[in-house]
Design a protein around this ligand. Structure first.
Ligand SMILES: Nc1ncnc2c1ncn2[C@@H]1O[C@H](COP(=O)(O)OP(=O)(O)OP(=O)(O)O)[C@@H](O)[C@H]1O
Ligand SMILES: [Mg+2]
Length: 335
């Protein structure tokens, strides 16, 4: 992976000194003379490589350090220490060449002119990046069609809905044909349909142009649909870097056992410690069972009852990722 890497990050850190306000009048007075600071280790020694054409999900709970990392990789923020290269460039040197080949999309922040129709921002971008007319036209046509917003190009951005605006932001990001795109919660607050359209567009762009994509999202649907690989960060440190399936194998402590009984369904409270009943709709009972206990449980049930159907599945990714977030694993796990 390393020799083909288009993004390399080595021991990257960003610490913030946050002013601590003391309580009460006396505290405020003391604060005038001696300020107290707290050190926030937003990103605390992060290393990874991303190969050209990969789509990687960057996951972690609130405050984990995702946005801070993306800001450093975009050159918006200097690191406290460590190194990073994106397409061979040091991002925070912000060379024009780097910016020409790179894009950042932030779901929570607007980059288009608010009062102007999106097309005017795009035309401006065409000039700034010197995008050849033919490429510009082709990309704009492709993207507006993929996202279904061709008829909204001439409407002021402020009049667009959240989802429509996000689609315009994406067009703005992809117009100059970047090789690397970082997206910070691109589907936040969007309905399921808009979310799916945006995911399709990202996948399509990745497929057609081999664009490398690193994205953060709190929606596991995004991640499942797009990413083969995820990097999980918590408290500024990477706690998992590897295949999406690997995370379920490694951290999924439970299985969901679905049983469809023939004849009498045992009562809801009959399961005791063997499993937690997550759904009870006779003749179907779903249990959350510790992975190691599944064989014994199945054995026991098959001995005692008659079943019409039986299945053992992994719990939803949300649940597994939640377990990764709360895990105490300190070292990097690579699957
Ligand atoms: N400019 C800043 N000054 C002080 N602290 C900051 C600053 N920016 C971020 N932090 C702190 O750094 C930590 C990481 O923040 P960051 O925004 O990177 O989290 P995140 O993973 O993007 O979270 P979320 O999922 O909520 O967006 C947080 O504790 C945050 O309060
Ligand atoms: Mg964030």
């Amino acid at each position: 992976m390393a020799d083909q890497a288009i993004i390399t990050v080595r021991d990257l850190r960003r610490h913030f000194r946050v002013f601590q306000k003391r309580e009460g009048f006396l505290g405020a007075l003391q604060g005038l003379f001696r300020r107290q600071y707290r050190l926030v280790k937003a990103v605390d020694g992060v290393s990874f490589d991303i190969a050209e054409g990969e789509i990687v999900g960057f996951l972690g709970p609130n405050g984990a350090g995702k946005t801070t990392t993306l800001k450093m990789l975009s050159g918006l923020l200097y690191p406290t220490s460590g190194e990073a290269r994106v397409m061979g460039f040091v991002p925070w040197e912000r060379s024009n060449e780097f910016r020409r080949r790179f894009a950042l999309v932030m779901g929570q922040r607007n980059q288009l002119w608010w009062d102007l129709p999106a097309i005017e921002s795009f035309n401006l971008q065409k000039e700034i990046y010197a995008i050849p007319e033919r490429d510009f036209k082709r990309r704009l046509d492709d993207l507006t069609e993929l996202l279904g917003v061709a008829d909204l190009l001439h409407q002021p951005v402020r009049e667009l809905s959240l989802g429509e605006r996000m689609k315009m932001e994406l067009i703005g990001a992809f117009l100059h044909g970047p090789r690397v795109v970082l997206l910070d919660e691109p589907t936040i607050g969007l309905d399921v349909v808009a979310q799916a359209t945006i995911l399709d567009c990202l996948r399509e762009f990745n497929k057609q142009n081999c664009t490398t994509i690193l994205l953060t999202s709190h929606y596991m649907r995004d991640v499942e649909k797009l990413c083969d690989r995820i990097i999980v960060i918590n408290h500024g440190r990477i706690i998992y870097d590897g295949a999406l399936e690997g995370v379920i194998e490694r951290f999924g402590r439970f299985k969901i056992v679905r049983l469809q009984f023939r004849g009498t369904t045992p009562p809801r409270n009959a399961w005791g410690v063997r499993g937690e009943v997550v759904d009870y709709r006779p003749p179907v009972v779903c249990l959350r069972v510790e992975r190691d206990n599944v064989p014994a449980l199945l054995h026991e049930i098959l001995d005692q009852a008659e079943l019409d159907d039986i299945s053992v599945e992994d719990p939803p990714l949300e649940e597994v990722i939640g377990e990764v977030f709360t895990s105490t694993t300190e070292s990097v796990v690579t699957a």
